[in-house]
Design a protein around this ligand. Structure first.
Ligand SMILES: [Zn+2]
Length: 170
């Protein structure tokens, strides 16, 4: 491959988010990964399609979720972009996910799934005016991922959050 084709190939993909009520572009704040691991990209996209069908209708206010693949700071695996909940943006750091999955001996698929669910919980907290709460996000991810149950924490105000075992750091 000659240099200009390579340069073209490494151009960040154009960002567009049909129907979004905000114009947030992840490249404003993050370094876009121009050649993310395609297997993991596909896995992330498929999982997001699944939760769009299964979970978003239950929220009633999140219309869509879109991932952006970024690199850089490997201290977090993914991050919900504050304020974007109606058309949620989650930035995903695939290299950080790979690292964490090795370090904590959790397979990539489970790491991706629980990470996305955790960030979705932050979008729901944002959209319902709740405080960002790590434990609540963790419980939401665990309940859906392990028990297949949608924990509608945003609907009840009674303090009955159960302690669940933790597996991954976020
Ligand atoms: Zn979190």
């Amino acid at each position: 491959m000659n240099w200009f084709k390579k340069a073209q190939h490494n151009e960040p993909p154009e960002w567009n988010y049909p129907g979004a009520e905000h114009d947030y572009n992840p490249s404003w704040d993050y370094e876009i990964d121009t050649s993310p691991d395609q297997n993991i990209v596909n896995f992330v996209n498929n999982y997001i399609e699944k939760i769009k069908k299964d979970i978003l209708p239950e929220t009633g206010f999140i219309q869509d979720i879109k991932p952006a693949f970024i690199k850089g700071d490997n201290n977090y695996l993914a991050k919900y972009i504050n304020g974007t909940y109606s058309h949620t943006i989650i930035v995903v750091n695939i290299e950080a996910i790979k690292e964490a999955s090795k370090k904590y001996k959790v397979n990539i698929e489970d790491t991706v799934e629980t990470t996305i669910l955790h960030e979705l919980a932050h979008a729901i907290q944002d959209g319902t005016g709740l405080e960002f709460n790590e434990e609540q996000a963790e419980d939401f991810a665990y309940n859906y991922h392990v028990l297949g149950y949608i924990d509608k924490f945003w609907e009840d105000n009674n303090d009955n959050i159960k302690p669940f075992p933790r597996s991954l750091p976020y």
